[in-house]
Design a protein around this ligand. Structure first.
Ligand code: AMP
Length: 283
């Protein structure tokens, strides 16, 4: 496996791959890799000639009070996960990813301000900006993103289409632990007791999905009912939205996405699930 620490080094490698006629698949991450990340590598691996993973904890997507300094890190473990998934190269910048004088920002105007954007106002601008720069540096042909971060996936699709970026976004299904909790690097923060309570996010989403499959259509009633399954210290939102635009829905008369975010102790957790009314096409 090759290991690059500067944008120039990885760009030179990518250019050489393209000159040789090879395609590049790319999985951007913040490290502390788990099977959710590995699933994206496995998804791309058979479909690309070279597979690149980046490991970068992007300061632009953390607010001052958030966990930038304590975000878990373990590069030796990350290297082993990548090797097992058949990764060809890792880009792990040692310094800043941004050149001196950097001042450009990328923002999907409405999509960045709803749901998680209401609670983390600068987050999606930071994500869209770093991903756009990473696409430029890596010249990736395909980039995989997990449905775990559903809003992020919707926003990056929008950005790539709006800016006509020469990369194809490939979505990967959300990977859960055996107890149903969505895998996340931040699960490492949870105590055993908190982890038991964290499972309630998925239970609430399942309740929503089952109620919709049974014919429930009134979103306010569905959300009120599912909320009772939650055992969190603070609920940021539990919402049923259009899966492509993230616009709120009043009535579930077509496939929808249920999204939830809440705090268990000092850990903020996200989860989401596809929801299908009876007879609608599963997507
Ligand atoms: P992160 O390191 O948290 O920035 O995540 C990097 C990529 O892995 C993003 O595209 C995430 O959506 C994806 N990812 C993280 N957790 C999971 C999961 N449990 N299932 C699927 N993809 C995931």
């Amino acid at each position: 496996m090759e290991w690059f620490e500067t944008p120039a080094a990885v760009s030179a490698w990518s250019d050489a791959q393209h000159r040789a006629g090879r395609t590049i698949g790319f999985v951007p991450t913040m490290g502390y890799l788990h099977d959710g990340h590995a699933s994206l590598m496995r998804l791309l691996r058979p479909n690309v000639d070279r597979l690149l993973v980046s490991i970068y904890v992007n300061p632009k997507q953390f607010a001052a009070h958030e966990d930038l300094d304590t975000y878990p890190r373990d590069l030796d473990h990350d290297r082993a996960v990548c090797a097992a998934a058949g990764v060809d190269a890792i880009f792990a910048p040692t310094g800043s990813l941004y050149p001196p004088g950097y001042e450009t920002s990328v923002k999907a105007t409405r999509l960045s301000t709803v749901l998680d954007g209401e609670h983390r106002p600068h987050f999606f601008e930071g994500v869209a900006t770093v991903c756009t720069r990473l696409f430029g540096i890596t010249r990736a042909d395909y980039a995989a993103f997990g449905e775990k971060d559903y809003q992020q996936l919707v926003i990056l699709r929008r950005v790539v289409e709006d800016l006509a970026l020469p990369v194809r976004i490939v979505p990967g299904p959300l990977v859960r632990a055996r107890d149903g909790l969505a895998l996340s690097s931040r699960n490492a923060y949870l105590s055993d007791a908190e982890r038991l309570r964290a499972r309630s996010l998925y239970r609430a989403l399942q309740r929503l999905a089952v109620s919709v499959e049974a014919g429930g259509t009134d979103v306010a009633a569905l959300v009120n009912d599912a909320r009772r399954r939650l055992d969190v210290d603070q609920l940021d939102y539990l919402a049923l939205v259009d899966p492509d635009t993230l616009e709120p829905m009043d009535t579930v008369d077509r496939p929808a996405r249920a999204l939830v975010a809440g705090w268990v102790g000092r850990t903020r957790l996200l989860d989401n699930l596809a929801v299908h009314p009876p007879g609608s096409e599963v997507r």
